[in-house]
Structures are given as C-alpha cells and as structure tokens.
Design a protein around this ligand. Structure first.
Ligand SMILES: Cc1cc2nc3c(=O)[nH]c(=O)nc-3n(C[C@H](O)[C@H](O)[C@H](O)COP(=O)(O)O)c2cc1C
Length: 223
C-alpha cells in the first residue's frame, strides 16, 4: 500500500465543469490523461504517464475502497465512488469517480476513469466513513445499523406485537406465546438477512449514487 507524503490537508477545488479523465492498462498504469487531470494532480504529464495510479493516492483513502474498486472492475462492472486524491504538493482534491473496464474483442484490456468534483455532502459523508475505516471501525456506526434493522423489520414487529396482544386478550396465553415465538423467529431471520446485506454495503457502495442520479446532478456538458 503506497503512502504518499507529505499531506497538507488543504483542499484544492478544481473548476466544476472540469472532467478529469485517465485511462490505464489492466494493472492501473496510466496510459493517457487529459489536461484537466494533469492540472488537478499538480504533476506534469511526463510524470504521470507510465506510472501506476497510486501515484496520486492520498494516505487517508482506506485500502478496502480500492480493493472493492478492483474487485468490481475485474468482474467487468463499472465502479462509482468518492475518492480523495493527493496533489504533488500534498494538497488534496475530492472527486466523484466513474470507472469502467475497456473491452477489446470481448476481453478487458484496461480501464477508464472520468471524475467530476464531489459535492460537499458527498465529501463529508465519505470523509467520516473513510476516517472510521482507517481507525479500524466498521463503515457505519451501531446506531445506523440499528436504524437500518428497524427499517427492515418494523412491519413484522408491528403485526407480530398486535397479533400477540389480541391473541393474549381473546384466546389466552398459549396461542399468544406461540405467535410471539413465530414472529420473533421471523424478525430475527429478517434482521440477519438485512445485516448480511448491510455487511456487504461497503464504504464505496454507501457513497454510490445510481448512474441516472449522477447524470442528473452533473452540469449539462458532454464528457
Ligand atoms: C482507471 C483507474 C483509475 C484510478 N484512479 C485512481 C485515483 O484517482 N486515485 C487513486 O488513489 N487510485 C486510483 N486508482 C487505483 C490505483 O490503481 C490503486 O489501486 C490505488 O491507488 C491504491 O494503491 P496501493 O494500494 O498500491 O497504494 C485507479 C485505478 C484505475 C484502474
């Protein structure tokens, strides 16, 4: 894992209409990049071409984000995520990146990334998730997970409680207890299912926007 230093924690804002574009080979070695990418990076084109993309890696970026990115790309899918990149002088710039595999005759021959400036809310969400990941915590807090669990299981919880109460009042304790146990099992199964899904929600997926939403939020200009 490359640790580029020094870092200033000073943010560099690049113009909102800029599209930072780079293409790489299958190992992530930069083959081409546009002038806007060169300017944002602070390196010269000569310093960038032929280097691995980790040249601009910021040390605040957690390794699992890139692991997830590579897993997605190598499986032939596109990856969307918020990335903090380091400039040559140690400043940083946040991008919303859209990375795609490039195919030739049906096989992946490289990758391409198009980046736009990330929005303020995306940056603050990403910064807090990445900080948690860097300090060895899960991407989301216990409270967030609990809320997520409740969102998934509240219909069963409500129906189960009402049924149990009404059975308790009308037919007695035994059917009420049986109903309580049945709904308890249902809620636990739903919760486990939801937790499994939640577990798969990595930092980057949390930050993803559907492509349609991303395109809507981009200034109207062709890439
Ligand atoms: C098309 C493409 C674009 C990439 N863009 C970036 C980027 O903007 N910033 C970055 O840190 N890594 C980027 N990467 C990932 C790097 O290749 C590398 O996996 C990452 O910086 C972590 O490197 P390390 O684990 O070797 O330190 C990109 C990879 C590809 C294939």
């Amino acid at each position: 894992m490359r640790n580029n230093q020094p870092v200033t924690q000073k943010e560099y804002k690049f113009p909102t209409h800029h599209r930072l574009i780079s293409t790489t080979d299958k190992r992530g070695v930069i083959q081409h990049c546009n002038q806007e990418f060169v300017e944002a990076s602070g390196y010269s084109r000569e310093e960038l071409i032929g280097k691995n993309h980790n040249l601009i890696r910021h040390p605040d970026m957690p390794a699992p984000v890139f692991k997830e990115m590579w897993r997605t790309l190598e499986s032939g899918k596109c990856w969307l995520g918020i990335v903090k990149n380091r400039r040559k002088n140690g400043d940083h710039y946040w991008v919303s990146a859209f990375v795609t595999p490039v195919y030739d005759k049906g096989s992946i021959v490289g990758y391409e990334s198009v980046r736009v400036p990330a929005f303020a809310d995306e940056i603050s969400r990403a910064a807090s998730i990445y900080e948690r990941l860097q300090s060895g915590k899960s991407a989301v807090s216990f409270a967030q997970r609990a809320i997520h669990g409740l969102e998934r299981t509240w219909p069963s919880l409500t129906i189960g409680s009402l049924l149990t109460l009404s059975l308790g009042f009308t037919t007695g304790m035994l059917p009420a207890i049986m109903s309580l146990v049945a709904f308890g099992v249902l809620v636990v199964v739903q919760d486990i299912k939801s937790r499994n899904e939640w577990g798969k929600v990595t930092a980057t997926r949390l930050l993803h926007k559907p492509i349609s939403q991303m395109q809507r939020t981009l200034p109207r200009q062709s890439w």
